[in-house]
Design a protein. Structure first.
Length: 145
């Protein structure tokens, strides 16, 4: 069965409106896309990393609860999960502040099985960050084969 494999960052978005926090939800560009696919019943999985904390546990469970395979989300024992503070203006446009505390800034993951016809979804921070871009490029080369 054809599947979509997303690769990208995970963050916990804490959303503020009127100077007060109103919601906290897991997010990230590719993350949000695979969540939508999982909710629609598409066979989807996600490659990422999370901290060894309650936020990391919550993010992984959120993926699973929304029909996304999270077996390739690596948990790093000496890391904290990234946070994003999103301050909404009167038009609900967000101004973001990001907090990340990883002792090393590299993407490590077990490579999932990829079959002909599978789709790889990536973008945003992981596509641009020069530290993790080599791992993403290597994964794309693997997927192409």
């Amino acid at each position: 069965m054809r599947k979509v494999i997303g690769i990208g960052e995970t963050v916990l978005d804490i959303i503020f409106k009127g100077g007060k926090p109103i919601e906290a939800v897991p997010g990230g560009s590719s993350f949000n896309a695979v969540i939508s696919l999982g909710r629609a019943g598409v066979n989807a999985s996600f490659i990422s990393e999370a901290g060894n904390d309650r936020i990391g546990e919550y993010v992984i469970q959120f993926l699973r609860d929304n029909g996304v395979n999270a077996d390739n989300v690596s948990i790093f024992p000496e890391s904290k999960s990234p946070l994003s503070l999103a301050f909404l203006d009167e038009n609900n446009n967000a101004d973001y502040i990001f907090y990340k505390d990883h002792p090393h800034d590299q993407l490590e993951f077990a490579t999932p099985e990829i079959n002909p016809g599978d789709i790889v979804l990536f973008g945003s921070f992981f596509a641009l960050n020069p530290v993790v871009r080599p791992q993403v490029a290597g994964f794309l080369e693997y997927a192409k084969e």
